[in-house]
Design a binder for this molecule. Structure first.
Ligand code: LLP
Length: 447
């Protein structure tokens, strides 16, 4: 390859956000080496394509870094709300991850995939009796308790089955991580958890320690999502350690587990950084070690719950272009055969995405447009002001970094079937992990 071509290749790759993406000799976008245009032909669109090696790499980064930085007994739980299906729980099991599940449905999927419930933590701010019964009967490892009404039910349900259920208490440390308001969760007025600041955490610990059928293993907090700065995590850790110290003083109770939740940011667009998660973990660990040393408590086992940063960059979504609409003096649209049913994140949060014309990666980006879905809803947009080559009907358009909170938040609005999900495995072969919904699937619950 001559120097000029190599330079173009490099800048083209640089513009592709992550190094599992590329451009092949046909000028097509590739993921994990697979030609996206060929995959779109083979599977139809919309299609989500996952890079399995990337998922495994991300899981290994967390596993290795957490054990190295925090010591044995510290490990990551994959927050499976980001993308929940049998395939991902099988990988989590093979990679030695714990999982965080937030409903009986996620737990059922995990167990159905052969994941051992004893490595799962059940979350949720309103666990139903059915959730609690199901989780305890599955042998759930831990329940992360949100409030005392729920604790009473867990205690009763466990007691009736002769089980002592391990739990954590979810606390709100009162941190604002300055991310989107809808994904901020650690502030005092959050719907999640029990506030430290109001004294309610103390009441909860005292109450929990008086229960016969639960075992309090420690505390949990989660401050928010898509956070790029290490400071809010250290702030949360400082407040949680301070709380562990005060619980020891007040109740003689010493926490074994400190679960700091998830939230590490992911690069969706060029202007965002690509975080080095191992380095992030080491910086948080260094901070925690110093705090623990100063406070004289024993080093807790630290858990974290990454969701987005495990799956987001492993995936892209492919659509077929329907056409363009140019409104002179106003704006231009490109319409695609998916939209908010498979990716509601722009409609909900105005989330950033990078859009590429996968079938003509070497053409100039001469068309600045809004990517519009096919729903009967003006807000059904995927992104605005994106420069791409002028698209033609039948071109394949790719939205990058769609592995997290896309399929898991998908709906059948307008009775649009959910897309298929295919995975490129480590040996380069491609297989279906979720088949495309059919019209029969759409009506199969209707009576
Ligand atoms: N742990 C708990 C208790 C959580 O609530 C969450 C996310 C996580 C871990 C994982 O956070 P992550 O590492 O993925 O940032 N639907 C929104 C994101 C909602 C996040 C909810 N909780 C979105 O599409 O951006």
């Amino acid at each position: 390859m001559n120097a000029a071509v190599e330079k173009t290749e490099k800048s083209a790759r640089g513009a592709l956000l992550h190094d599992n993406l590329g451009i092949n000799e046909s000028g097509h976008l590739t993921i994990a080496g697979a030609d996206t245009v060929e995959l779109a032909k083979q599977y139809g669109t919309p299609l989500m394509v996952m890079d399995e090696a990337r998922i495994r790499r991300n899981m290994r980064i967390y596993r290795t870094a957490m054990e190295r930085s925090f010591g044995k007994g510290s490990y990551p739980l994959y927050a499976s709300k980001a993308f929940s299906c049998k395939y991902i729980y099988r990988i989590a099991k093979e990679e030695g991850m714990g999982v965080d599940v937030v409903s009986s449905g996620e737990l059922y999927t995990a167990v159905n995939a052969g994941f051992d419930a004893s490595n799962a933590f059940l979350h949720g701010n309103n666990k139903t009796d059915a959730d609690i019964v199901y989780a305890i009967e599955c042998g759930i490892g831990h329940i992360v308790v949100d409030n005392m009404v729920e604790l009473d039910r867990i205690d009763e349900i466990a007691g009736a089955r002769g089980v002592v259920q391990p739990i954590l208490l979810r606390l709100t440390p009162g941190i604002d991580p300055h991310t989107h308001a809808a994904i901020t969760t650690g502030k005092v007025d959050s719907k999640f958890g029990i506030a430290i600041e109001t004294g309610q955490a103390d009441d909860a610990v005292a109450y929990t320690l008086g229960k016969q059928n639960v075992r309090l293993d420690g505390f949990h907090c989660h401050i928010g999502s898509q956070i790029f700065d290490v400071t809010p995590f250290c702030d949360a850790a400082r407040l949680m350690i301070k709380y562990i110290v005060s619980a020891r003083e007040k109740f003689g109770y010493e926490a074994d587990i400190l679960n700091l939740g998830g939230g590490f940011g992911v690069r969706y667009i060029e202007s965002q950084p690509e975080l080095d998660y191992a380095d992030f973990i080491e910086r948080i660990a260094g901070f925690i070690r110093a705090e623990v040393k100063n406070s004289g408590i024993k080093m807790p086992r630290v858990l974290m719950e990454p969701g987005r940063s495990i799956v987001a960059d492993s995936c892209l979504t492919l659509y077929t272009v329907g056409g363009t609409k140019v409104i002179p003096g106003f704006k231009s649209y490109v319409s695609i055969d998916g939209g908010m049913p498979d990716n509601p994140r722009y409609a909900l949060y105005e989330s950033d995405y990078t859009v590429k014309l996968a079938s003509r990666m070497r053409d100039g980006d001469d068309f600045v447009c809004t990517v519009a879905g096919r729903c009967c809803e003006s807000g059904d947009l995927i992104q605005e002001n994106v420069p791409i080559p002028t698209p033609r009907r039948g071109d394949i358009l790719a939205v990058l970094v769609t592995g997290a909170y896309n399929y898991s938040m998908a709906s059948n609005y307008n009775r649009i079937p959910r897309p298929a999900v295919a995975a490129v495995s480590e040996n380069g072969s491609v297989h279906t992990v979720i088949r495309r919904e059919t019209f029969d699937d759409l009506v199969h619950l209707d009576v």
